[in-house]
Ligand binder design. Structure first.
Ligand code: KG4
Ligand code: ZN
Length: 353
């Protein structure tokens, strides 16, 4: 089955073509250069960029995959959550294709696509049968979630962030240090040659037995620290130590709370997805923790961690196989859409469209 998929929930314009579970093309045009000078995503500019990018991106997907529009048999798009005008661009383009080609359409939850990306690699079909009852960490720029996964398309949210998401914390701390947006990859790079024990930052909510997170206090303590140490920014090596120390605090909280939830629920598998899971310190800490606790670990491949339409198309295939799709006119975007509204009961995947 050939599926054309769209993802425009934030600042990446992405279109993918999936054939029988294999990613033939997954084009992602990032708007980072546009938003960098503002230190974050500007919704109006994101919308304009999506509008400019979407047609060339679609064309390059057809070209790369040597596929023509009339070979498309299903169309999928991220329906939410996300920036409304940004979501609208990919979603309406997808509906247009489905309508013109008279083929099935499905609008998917952005976090559900992240959630199942650890079981995808795009080179061969996702092995849905290998999904074990697990605890999943989704860490991105907008969300930090702990989710209990029971089976394909059956999951329950255990905890979320009370304020800033982990990626947001990386980005805001980087901005305080004076590093360019998005800060997560910059901190990752500098932390590699820094001393993680140089400075002691709080591990927010580590002692709290809930599965919720909070990262705004950590960001504030970095601000106070920099106010007290104004000269620190002049030293490359102290910046590296600061990055390593902040990263260590974020990583410790994410890993410890994920492992604790899995142990409490008796789960022997951890999975992790979302942009922050590209972080090399976090990937290796998750590997060590899972080895120590004799748990299986499924990490989303780095290229499927940050937002991309490939994960949407691969998940859509599961929906189409189960016969879950909507008439193109039935759906609209949902900028706010709790993950708990889908996947929480055995019939969920049948009823939420
Ligand atoms: O999943 P994603 O692409 O978009 C959202 O759905 O939000 O995640 C983007 C976030 C940004 O905050 C970015 O700084 C962070 O992921 N990120 C990283 C790394 N690569 C991306 N954070 C830490 N280390 C990285 N290597
Ligand atoms: Zn995302």
């Amino acid at each position: 089955m050939n599926i054309l998929a769209f993802e425009t929930s934030c600042d990446e314009t992405s279109v993918a073509l999936v054939r029988d579970g294999v990613l033939l093309s997954n084009v992602v045009v990032s708007q980072i250069d546009t938003h960098r000078e503002y230190g974050g995503v500007v919704p109006e500019m994101a919308t304009r960029e999506h509008l400019q990018n979407i047609a060339p991106v679609i064309e390059s997907v057809f070209r790369d995959s040597k596929t023509s529009p009339n070979e498309i048999e299903g169309v999928a798009a991220t329906r939410g959550p996300g920036l409304p005008p940004a979501l609208m661009i990919g979603f309406r383009a997808a509906q247009g294709f489905a309508f013109a080609l008279d083929c099935p359409f499905v609008g998917l939850h952005h976090h559900e696509a992240h959630l199942y990306s650890p079981w995808m690699n795009g080179k061969k079909p996702a092995d849905w049968d290998s999904i074990l009852p697990s605890v999943s960490l989704i860490a991105s720029g907008g969300h930090t979630l702990l989710v209990q996964v029971d089976a394909p398309l059956r999951h329950k949210v255990l905890g979320t962030t009370m304020d800033d998401a982990a990626g947001e914390c990386f980005d805001k701390v980087a901005k305080l240090i004076g590093l360019p947006y998005p800060g997560g990859p910059q901190i990752d790079r500098l932390a590699r040659s820094g001393n993680a024990f140089a400075y002691d930052f709080p591990r927010p909510m580590l002692g709290d037995l809930s599965d919720d997170f909070s990262f705004s206090g950590l960001k504030t303590s970095v601000r106070y620290f920099l106010e007290k140490n104004p000269k620190l920014r002049e030293s490359e090596s102290r910046i590296r130590d600061l990055c390593a120390s902040v990263q260590a605090a974020i990583v410790e909280v994410l890993v410890a709370k994920t492992i604790r939830a899995a142990r409490r629920l008796g789960r022997k598998c951890i999975s992790a997805s979302g942009g922050v899971i590209r972080n090399r310190g976090l990937r290796s800490a998750l590997k060590s923790a899972c080895a120590q606790h004799e748990m299986q670990l499924r990490l989303s491949p780095p290229e499927l961690c940050t937002d991309n339409a490939g994960m949407v198309g691969l998940l859509a295939e599961l929906y189409f196989k189960a016969g879950n799709f909507a008439s193109v006119n039935d759906d609209d975007i949902r900028s706010r859409w709790p993950l708990d509204e889908i996947g929480t009961n055995p019939e969920a995947s049948q009823t939420h469209l």
